[in-house]
Every structure is written in structure tokens, then in C-alpha cells.
Design a binder for this molecule. Structure first.
Ligand code: OFO
Length: 171
């Protein structure tokens, strides 16, 4: 079954959103690197790899379904931060936005009775649940412990341990 044109274009735009996510999280990593919080910077550098992986999964899917992928311009993140909590809150807000856009893709796939694409997007729906939980936990942890130098140090150590594990292709 050929991919519905609107669905294809929307998935193509989703590639761009995933690449923008990577770009946004690079700016977060830069902020924390500058602050001397290398664990937080590491956490976001791992997140950059995750976002690139999400973009690559969607690209592969579109190519495999004979859709001509277009690499769209990536917007410049306009984030400037005045404290260590702000990037974390911006991250949570951003992941909620990405969840909405994945849900929109799912709706289009469902409307088109495209069960193959729905199966792909099942993986992304689950992944977004994890993304939001991670982002929300980071906000909570910072609010609970970040005000104390030792608490902040411990959080930084914890985030230093994060390593990237490539997601297995859901298809
Ligand atoms: Fe791709 O999950 Fe975050 O944005």
C-alpha cells in the first residue's frame, strides 16, 4: 500500500522535529558544560544521540516506503537560560510538544487505515512516554536537590553515568 501523501509529508516533518530536538539538546549540553556540570552535559549529549536515532528510524521508514525524503531547514534554538532549572523545564515542555506531534502522525495513519505506519508509531508513542517521564524526573530532582551544592554534585554524578544505547528498529 502506497503511503498517504499527507501522512508522508507529516512524517517527513517529524524527521525535522527530531533533528531540531537534537539541536535543542546540544544547546542544553552547551549551557551545562559552561556551568561546569559535565554530568548534565553528558545526559543531554546522550539525548542528542537518541534524537538522531529517532530521525534515522523515520528516514529509513520513509525510504523503505518509496517516499522521497526531504531534509528541511533546522531552526535555531533561541534558548538562553538564567538558572540550572530552566533547560530542564524547557526540555519537559518540548517533549510534551513532540508527544503531540507524534499523536498527530498517529491520527493521520489511523485515518488512512495505514496499519503498518501505526505499528511504527506505536514504538514512538511508547518512547514519548519514557521521554516525558525522564524530563519530568529531572525537573523534580533539580527542585528537590539542586538548591544544595552537595545535592547538585550528586545529581551531576548520576547523570554522568548515562550511556547511549541504540534503539532497535521497531520495524
Ligand atoms: Fe525524539 O523524543 Fe525527544 O524529542
Amino acid at each position: 500500500m502506497a503511503l498517504d501523501a499527507k501522512l508522508g509529508d507529516t512524517l517527513n516533518e517529524q524527521i525535522n522535529r527530531e533533528l531540531y530536538s537534537a539541536y535543542l539538546y546540544l544547546t542544553f549540553a552547551d549551557y551545562y558544560e559552561d556551568r561546569g556540570l559535565k554530568g548534565f552535559a553528558n545526559w543531554y549529549m546522550v539525548q542528542v544521540q537518541e534524537e538522531l536515532a529517532h530521525a534515522k528510524i523515520l528516514r529509513r521508514y520513509l525510504l523503505d516506503n518509496d517516499y522521497q525524503v526531504k531534509m528541511l531547514a533546522i531552526a535555531q534554538p533561541d534558548k538562553t537560560f538564567s538558572n540550572d532549572l530552566e533547560p530542564l523545564e524547557a526540555g519537559l515542555e518540548h517533549e510534551r510538544y513532540i508527544t503531540d506531534s507524534i499523536n498527530h502522525c498517529y491520527q493521520l495513519a489511523s485515518d488512512a487505515h495505514d496499519f503498518r505506519t501505526m505499528q511504527l508509531l506505536d514504538w514512538f508513542v511508547k518512547e514519548q512516554g519514557e521521554e516525558e517521564t525522564n524530563a519530568s524526573d529531572m525537573v523534580k530532582n533539580m527542585k528537590l536537590f539542586g538548591g544544595d551544592p552537595k545535592g547538585l554534585y550528586d545529581l551531576d554524578r548520576e547523570y554522568q553515568a548515562r550511556v547511549f544505547t541504540a534503539p532497535t528498529m521497531p520495524m
